[in-house]
Design a protein around this ligand. Sequence first.
Ligand code: HEC
Ligand code: HEC
Ligand code: HEC
Ligand code: HEC
Ligand code: HEC
Ligand code: HEC
Length: 454
Amino acid sequence: MDSLRKLYPWFALLGLAVGGLVLAGYYKDEFREWKRWQQEYAAQELNRATTPEQKEQARALPIEIKQIVLPELQRVDRCTTCHLAVEDSSYAGVKQPLAYHPNHARHPFEKFGCTICHQGQGRATEREAAHGRVAHWEHPMLAMKYIEASCAKCHAATDVPRSPLLARGRALFEEQGCIGCHKLGGFGGNLGPELDKVGAKRSPEWLAKHFKSPAELVPGSGMPPVKRSDADVAALTLFMLGQTGERLTEYYVSMKTIPGPDIGQRLFGQKGCIGCHSVGGKGGTVGPALDGVTQRRTTDWIVKHFRDPAAISPESVMPKFNFTESEIRSLASFLGSLTGADVLSFMKIPAQASPVERGRAVYLKYGCGGCHGTSGEGGVPNHNAKSNQQIPPLTAANDLADVFLESFITEGVPEIGKLDPNGPKPPIYMPGFGDKISEGELADLISYLRSLKP
Ligand code: HEC
Ligand code: HEC
Ligand code: HEC
Ligand code: HEC
Ligand code: HEC
Ligand code: HEC
């Protein structure tokens, strides 16, 4: 009994400690950051209220966790618990988190939430956790300078309006011939890993550093360093970050290609319109010249005519192409751009290109430049390769007969001669393209190689 009494002071102390913890918990909860922003928002609303009803409404604003539930995206985004005014344009330019969100009309928050574009941790209500800057959260919020990467999850990277860095990154990816060693979307080489999900796996910092010096991060890496400006490396990094391999339901990818004149121009080339129509005095004469057609015809007429030419112009011989509405919008906007100076740039449609120009396109398509330089100039390192520890340039193709060029390209060179016979195998070999490349492409490619001068 006595011994128990001795413990009384300890019980008392324990009781105090528990009480303290409860109190601390209460205070922590009461002073959670989000509550502060909601109080601040309510105060601002009250301040802005002019009528008694508005004041009443402002006073009645509940202090509560807000969330957007997105079953199709498998997300619950609570960002609007703090970012309360994203939909109220009168909050434009106000300090975060109480600012209006520009340009969201095309992506209503109730369908898109926030994290599909920004990443971060949707369910969290503490700032650092929500912004994903905590351990064990794989998708920290994208820095704003990389935000365009998200557009590529749903839209083709080449033509998203207001996304110049994304378009630049996509163009560099092609120009640098990355596809010569990497698969993206099922197409490309095998020397490096597939890149379809790399944006979900690697951080922007890692990617940028790896581009500049692959071997520093991955010892013995066969990937050649990207010798480009910091801005270009950032654009490539951004393009990679958009490759997250996320599986999205139909609605979210329904606008894969955003209609625009570039797509219209592509369709114009692919569908052979020029066989029947002329532009800038060149082309066929079965149908009318198309310069200035948008001055003769209304957009509505043009759209209906594409849907079914014969329904608008009885007995028209123009085929019904079964275009989608988005393709029709693209063609109409392309036709609208056919004025004066534009006609010249338009003349570069594939069907009219020279064999050398077409060959250049083949060179880009298969990523030859990733190994031989963007214009065949060589200089790409290949450790311990007999050819000067570099991949050879292609500027001496004229010294090789067609049959040799053809067999190099179709069969490749699986074993590269070693400089030091006792040294390691050179990491980069020449893959064979025989099972991929068509005869026409091969002929064009050879024309291009022959045009290269040292
Ligand atoms: C607890 C409140 C809170 C929550 C929850 C919250 N934020 Fe924020 N957010 C802020 C505050 C405060 C700022 C401004 C200060 C700062 O940048 O930390 C901010 C800033 C931002 C910025 C601008 C950052 C920059 O680099 O310019 C973005 C983007 C953003 N939040 C997105 C989100 C997204 C997406 C979510 C949900 C995953 C989210 N926020 C959840 C409070 C919050
Ligand atoms: C469709 C993609 C997309 C969605 C969805 C989206 N945002 Fe944004 N957000 C952007 C882009 C792009 C910007 C840059 C501003 C602009 O539109 O030009 C931006 C800007 C911001 C900013 C300002 C950052 C700064 O530097 O000032 C904040 C904060 C923000 N978003 C939070 C949110 C929150 C919260 C949600 C969800 C309610 C959300 N965003 C949903 C794409 C998106
Ligand atoms: C999760 C998928 C998704 C993401 C991410 C996304 N979009 Fe979209 N976007 C869509 C869908 C779906 C539509 C069509 C919406 C509709 O009309 O219902 C659309 C529509 C658009 C349109 C209008 C197209 C037209 O002509 O009607 C533009 C422009 C656009 N998005 C640009 C962007 C930009 C810029 C970003 C990156 C900041 C982005 N999108 C991110 C899915 C997405
Ligand atoms: C000569 C072949 C070659 C070329 C050309 C090449 N890569 Fe690589 N790449 C590799 C190899 C091999 C690896 C694996 C070793 C490493 O991570 O460095 C790699 C790794 C990568 C990784 C890391 C992938 C991961 O899952 O960790 C990225 C990202 C990448 N390359 C992007 C690019 C881009 C973008 C280009 C064009 C600018 C490019 N590569 C050009 C061979 C190449
Ligand atoms: C087989 C020949 C043929 C092909 C191929 C063809 N058209 Fe036509 N197109 C015609 C003829 C004939 C007319 C005039 C009769 C009519 O209005 O349908 C015409 C009319 C038009 C008009 C209306 C011109 C005006 O001034 O009234 C437009 C616009 C047009 N075509 C665009 C195109 C586009 C774009 C393509 C390719 C996607 C295309 N056409 C393919 C034969 C063709
Ligand atoms: C993954 C890297 C890689 C890619 C992609 C690649 N090559 Fe090569 N190529 C090489 C290497 C390495 C050699 C040197 C072979 C040797 O040492 O015999 C080579 C050799 C050649 C040669 C012989 C040059 C000479 O002077 O001996 C030609 C021609 C050639 N490649 C053309 C192409 C074309 C065209 C493409 C695109 C269709 C292409 N290569 C894509 C790595 C590559």
